[in-house]
Ligand binder design. Structure first.
Ligand code: HEC
Ligand code: HEC
Length: 401
């Protein structure tokens, strides 16, 4: 009896010692963040973040339009050769990306296909921000000679030729798809936009950590791997990453130059944001034009005062960092294959490559191997830990007959 009690005590003591040794490693980090770090961590959530329907799109959040838009997203007959659909490049299994360095539609493109999860929260669309709204960014590929090379006439023929599509169009827009309707192509793009607005990625290990810290639930916070916590510290501190990759989407929605080369083989250059501003201002589908459904025009203020400026040359959109594990390769030209390569880019940054003014935030970080691995672990924790999210089901609408 006595013997057994002694044994029991001893094993309790061993266990206590073990816990003492193990516990700090597992649980120390959450309160190892300073008050200002905790504040910045909180600013990257909550997720999903608030969203208001798009006032510039009359069918935003309209169930019938979402239905039609989903069908059309997977519809190759919108393209000139009947073989290229939006989903050819924006593959749902890859976060709506294609895994290629640069896109390939009817011909080879020069830019990397961006993923479309959470696209409803973007402010400018395309790597150069050549669009100020989601429906015009959805119309561009239909007409683009290199991507789908479609037309308003082809789109009208397709919609009128299919009883189901014509019926879905009527339910969404309250009228039949007419042969010579100048609005038809815009409406089709608005329906496809309405569907894309439903593509929202689920919360990630980082989001659970952030929420646990906010609740002061240190036990739950300790479930977030120590490597990701150390990487997060670099992200907020030395790396200054959150200056540009800010907020719940990990982007400030603006443009920057981080020294990714902008030459296109063999002799071209990609002017980035400077070209994007020109394209946007010349587009009949921008928010200053007649297709904007927001009667107040409040959504057009950002576009109204935009002018192409020299400093925008070679700037590209600050991309979201959510779902990166689904969307390799990286950067506007897809030249970095892995997150390790991205971290190396920032770590060994060539300051002479920074061609625009004002990117004085960026300095080579000279990270050690272990620190680089930590930063990668953090970036990976911004993706859902389960399989790629299935696209949200469109809400039920009365069947089209
Ligand atoms: C040939 C491949 C290809 C096809 C087909 C294609 N896209 Fe894209 N998509 C791209 C590329 C490349 C970009 C980046 C373009 C740029 O930077 O100007 C892009 C950009 C976008 C964007 C802007 C995303 C962002 O975050 O800025 C949206 C939205 C989009 N595409 C939707 C569509 C829709 C809708 C269709 C079908 C109507 C479609 N795409 C067809 C390759 C493609
Ligand atoms: C000055 C603003 C700025 C800062 C600071 C910054 N980034 Fe970026 N980041 C960008 C821009 C702009 C791009 C796109 C560049 C391009 O495609 O040419 C980018 C691209 C990326 C990408 C590729 C994403 C994709 O989908 O292609 C990752 C990952 C990334 N940054 C992570 C980081 C990390 C980690 C840090 C800190 C070490 C950091 N960034 C600091 C602006 C910034």
């Amino acid at each position: 009896m006595t013997f057994r009690r002694t044994e029991h005590h001893r094993s309790r003591r061993v266990l206590a010692t073990l816990l003492f040794l193990v516990a700090p490693a597992a649980a120390a980090e959450p309160d190892g963040f300073s008050a200002s770090e905790l504040e910045r961590i909180a600013s990257h959530g909550p997720w999903p973040t608030e969203w208001l329907r798009d006032a510039g799109n009359r069918v935003s959040a309209n169930p019938a339009a979402i239905h039609l838009g989903q069908r059309l997203f997977f519809e190759p007959r919108l393209s000139a050769n009947g073989r290229v659909a939006c989903a050819t490049c924006h593959d749902p299994a890859r976060g709506f990306q294609d895994g290629r360095t640069t896109a390939r539609g009817l011909v080879d493109g020069t830019r990397n296909t961006p993923g479309l999860l959470n696209v409803r929260h973007q402010r400018w669309f395309g790597w150069d921000g050549g669009h100020d709204n989601l429906w015009s960014a959805s119309l561009r590929p239909i007409l683009d000679r290199g991507e789908m090379s479609g037309s308003a006439a082809r789109t009208a023929t397709l919609l009128r030729g299919s009883a189901t599509l014509a019926c879905q169009y009527r339910k969404a827009f309250g009228k039949a798809p007419a042969a010579t309707d100048p609005e038809l192509l815009v409406n089709v793009a608005k329906a496809i936009a309405a569907w894309q607005e439903t593509l929202v990625s689920p919360p990630t290990p980082f989001d659970r950590f952030r929420d646990a810290l906010e609740r002061k639930d240190l036990a739950a916070a300790a479930l977030y791997p120590a490597a990701a916590q150390r990487g997060l510290k670099i992200f907020l501190g030395r790396g200054q990453c959150s200056t540009c990759h800010a907020g719940p989407l990990f982007t400030n929605g603006e443009f920057g130059d981080i020294g990714v080369p902008f030459f296109i083989k063999p002799t071209g250059v990609d002017p980035g944001r400077q070209g994007g501003v020109k394209r946007l201002l010349a587009s009949p589908y921008n928010l200053l034009g007649t297709h904007n459904d927001d009667a107040t025009r409040r959504n057009a203020t950002g576009t109204q005062y935009l002018r192409p400026e020299h400093r925008n040359f070679g700037e590209f959109k600050v991309p979201t960092l959510r779902n990166l594990t689904l969307t390799a390769p990286y950067m506007h030209n897809g030249t970095l294959a892995t997150l390790r390569d991205v971290v190396r880019h920032y770590s060994e940054l060539d300051e002479d490559r920074l061609h625009a003014d004002g990117e004085r935030i960026l300095k080579p970080l000279n990270l050690s191997e272990a620190e680089s691995a930590d930063l990668v672990a953090f970036l990976e924790s911004l993706s859902p830990d389960a399989a790629p999210p299935a696209p949200a089901k469109p809400p039920a609408v009365a069947a089209c007959r």
